[in-house]
Design a protein around this ligand. Structure first.
Ligand code: URA
Length: 271
């Protein structure tokens, strides 16, 4: 029998879709294609019950991003520590993702609360939504291995640019990131890390307000500034581990970024 040749492009595309959460290409019920034109797509299966509706009078970030940001700022400023900030995020109804993508819960952070390095990803995926912690799926496991190899395991605080899962794992929108930004900024203020690692394009672009793609931003040092200019921190963008799982050839670049960052982190702090 002639062996069937492997189609590496097709395999890579399938891996990409699997990573994005698409794991089936068949409909649940057969339908008659002869009747084409009369086809009405079947309803998607019921998903896990969504988060409860917003409390009466709560501000939701629909079109009014500014109002939701103001509310987020007010709540974040009132949080005296990271646990209070976590509770404020949980109670916040201003990010539409809470009612669109998240099935279970908000996802704030994991890691050391005295870490010198804050790692900021894009947003939670399905596994993070289930477990309530960031980067706990396959991409997170790869990230953990990289941190372990660099000697950073207990020196990282890991969070995201948004705190609820975007539907279908799409990238968070600028509006969604803006609404979550006051909480993220308050987390930076409370943690007081020495530097930031921005994981993936959406995180790097929103934190640095840059338009270039991640392949151009990665491995370079930038200065992140808080909105009132009171905090300035060195920040390095790098490739997202989900991308590295799809493109293992790019791991070399991400590893080089991490070594550059670790070398700076290990330098003694100036008094
Ligand atoms: N990807 C991210 O950017 N963040 C997570 O928490 C998980 C996957």
């Amino acid at each position: 029998m002639t062996p069937v040749p492997r189609d590496l492009n097709a395999e890579s595309l399938l891996a990409f879709w699997a990573e994005a959460g698409v794991d089936a290409m068949l409909l649940d019920e057969p339908f008659d294609r002869i009747e084409a034109g009369k086809f009405v797509p079947p309803k998607p299966p019921e998903r896990i019950v969504a988060a409860p509706p917003p409390a009466q009078g709560a501000v939701r970030a629909g079109p009014d991003v500014a109002a939701a940001m103001a509310e987020a700022k007010r709540l974040a400023a009132a949080a005296p520590d990271l646990e209070a900030l976590k509770a404020a995020i949980e109670a916040f109804d201003g990010c539409p993702l809470k009612f669109e993508g998240a099935a279970r819960q908000s996802v704030f952070y994991r890691g050391a609360t005295d870490a010198p390095l804050m790692v900021i990803g894009e947003g939670p995926g399905q596994e993070e939504d289930i477990q309530g912690a960031p980067f706990v799926g396959r991409a997170g496991q790869l990230l953990d291995k990289m941190f372990a190899a660099a000697g950073l395991t207990d020196r990282v605080f890991i969070t995201n640019s948004v705190f609820w899962r975007p539907p279908g794992n799409r990238n968070p929108t600028v509006g969604e990131q803006m609404v979550c930004a006051p909480f993220l900024e308050r987390a930076i203020e409370l943690l007081a890390p020495r530097m930031l690692l921005l994981v993936g394009g959406p995180s790097a672009k929103s934190m640095l307000k840059r338009e270039e793609g991640i392949l151009s931003l990665r491995g370079r040092w930038f200065e992140w500034k808080s909105s009132d200019g009171a905090i300035e921190l060195p920040a390095m963008p790098t490739l997202h581990p989900a991308f590295l799982l799809r493109q293992p050839g790019a791991k070399k670049k991400a590893w080089s970024d991490l070594l550059t960052l670790t070398e700076r982190l290990n330098r003694p702090e100036r008094p």
